[in-house]
Design a binder for this molecule. Structure first.
Ligand code: PLP
Length: 384
């Protein structure tokens, strides 16, 4: 059975160009980039080129790019560094709708005696800006706000929020794992101090990430050891994966503008098809201000997990929120924070597209989903 992949916010296919760029570094150029001889310089050159490509995607300088093992490591490092570099400041500001890489880290630091403000969202998932401005204080070590939400796709007003933090002299980090490659980001015009991204969300492999740290920002390494990454992240560089991420960044830079239009068109076709074919469903999130690839839909009086199982039998891969929360029957923390009504929140499905999604994939879903929902509603114990 053909796979119809609608779970690109969980992970994405490795681009063929990325795999091709990586292969020589898995076979021929295996030298340690720190070694002195010319053979090892081939590996070091690969890293340099990748660093420049990632920097170009973000509007950053190459020396501001630190390669890490994943988005989660980048998020952990940003929070760790801000608190270690400013021991007199013990307050964090983040949101209720972050990825668990931020939420669980914030909770860890709360147990270590830090104070954390979690910004609330409204029913469309928009952040409470008044609460934000009031929370910024002299004691605030870091603001960490995601650029775009992985579950509903909301894009947050990072420019404005980072400017407010800068005015108060507070460091600003953004988890841009979902935003990179899907919406333009130009750090040369944005007072963001640190930014996280992850390879496997932008068609590079799993297990490679980046932390951008603006020049001049005080930084404390999370991993200590060798002098790799200018002493900011120890460990022999994962050369093939770094090269792959560089290639993925280059593809994203070159194709972002056309892809976001094409992907949004397919996403809208998908959503309109579903809304036309299924009664009693709602689109979650800020539909005015969303990633082009993400659709989160709640179907009244059905269980999201049951929908996913039936879609799986049809070869359709989707998700009922973040992969980390699926498996539990609680609605996702994002939909709970938004106050999505119980009989809708339980029947939520996230469909996330990519440059590889086809019109045929979309039409396959809109053709089969109405029957899935009809079947499940017929046996649902929930009725009004
Ligand atoms: C996937 C994701 C992460 C974690 O990235 P990994 O590379 O899987 O550790 C962090 N934040 C957001 C918003 C994500 O979607």
């Amino acid at each position: 059975m053909e796979i119809r992949y609608f779970d690109n916010n969980a992970t994405s296919a490795v681009a063929p160009e990325v795999l091709e760029a990586m292969l020589p570094y898995l076979s021929d150029f295996y030298g340690n980039p720190s070694s002195m001889y010319a053979f090892a310089a081939r590996a070091a050159d690969g890293i340099d080129q990748a660093r420049s490509r990632v920097a170009a995607l973000l509007g950053a300088n190459p020396e501001e790019i630190i390669f890490t093992s994943c988005g989660s490591e980048s998020d952990n490092t940003a929070i760790f560094s801000a608190l270690q570099a400013q021991p007199d400041k013990r307050h964090l500001i983040t949101t209720r709708v972050e990825h668990s890489a931020i939420l669980n880290t914030a909770q860890y630091w709360e147990r270590q005696g830090c104070r954390v403000t979690y910004l609330n969202v409204d029913d469309r998932g928009r952040l409470d800006q008044e609460q934000y401005l009031q929370a910024l204080g002299d004691d605030t070590a870091l603001v960490s706000i995601m650029f775009a939400n992985n579950e509903v796709g909301n894009i947050y007003p990072i420019q404005r929020m980072a400017e407010a933090a800068r005015e108060r002299g507070v460091l600003f980090h953004t988890d841009a794992v979902q935003a990179v490659g899907k919406t333009p980001i130009d750090l040369s015009h944005m007072p963001v101090d640190m930014l996280s991204l992850s390879g496997h969300k932008i068609h590079a492999p799993k297990g490679i990430g980046v932390l951008y740290v603006r020049r001049g920002v005080r930084f404390r390494p999370f991993l200590r050891g060798g002098h790799q990454e200018r002493g900011r992240r120890a460990g022999t560089e994962n050369v093939p994966y770094i090269v792959g991420l560089g290639k993925a960044a280059q593809l994203a830079t070159e194709h972002l503008q056309e892809e976001r239009i094409a992907v949004a068109r397919l996403r809208d076709r998908l959503e309109q098809g579903i809304m036309a074919g299924v009664p009693d469903c709602i689109v979650n999130g800020d539909t005015e201000n969303r990633l082009p690839n993400t659709s989160n839909i709640s179907f009244k009086n059905v269980e999201g997990e049951a929908i996913l199982l039936m879609l799986d039998r049809l070869g359709i891969c989707a998700s009922s929120g973040s992969a980390c929360t699926s498996g539990s029957l609680e609605p996702s923390h994002v939909l709970r924070a938004m106050g999505v009504p119980f009989n809708y929140a339980h029947g939520s499905v996230r469909l996330s597209l990519s440059r590889y999604t086809t019109e045929e994939d979309v039409d396959y879903v809109t053709e089969h989903l109405p029957d899935v929902i009809k079947t499940l509603r017929a046996i649902s114990p929930y009725k009004d």
